[in-house]
Design a protein around this ligand. Sequence first.
Ligand SMILES: [Zn+2]
Length: 127
Amino acid sequence: MKKQRHSRKSPLQQKIALHRINTLFREAAKVFHKDKQLANRYVQLARRISLKYKAKIPQAYKRMLCKNCLCYLVPGATVRIRLRQKYMVHYCLVCKNIMRYVYRARGKQKAKTKDLYTISYLTVVTK
Ligand SMILES: [Zn+2]
């Protein structure tokens, strides 16, 4: 009999997973100035939970995690953020990895939320 490797996770499990992810990121922010290694461990745990339970890490937290070395990113301490014309460039100071995120002025964003084409285009770029 074929064994299913990835079982489906219930919505409740996903909800708990999301709660744990939030808690881990909050704790990481608290301990970062005392113990950087521990902060890294917390966010890596959060990432593993998100993968296992297929719970998405909230966008704000996702950008605090380096996609290459998986360390916790704090602006000014472990990440340098620069704004380019359309992108927000995150430069990880630990592994020198560069991540780009679509950036928009706040006023413009509101006017274009109705435009579905722009939204779908945006999601493609950020991934
Ligand atoms: Zn990195």
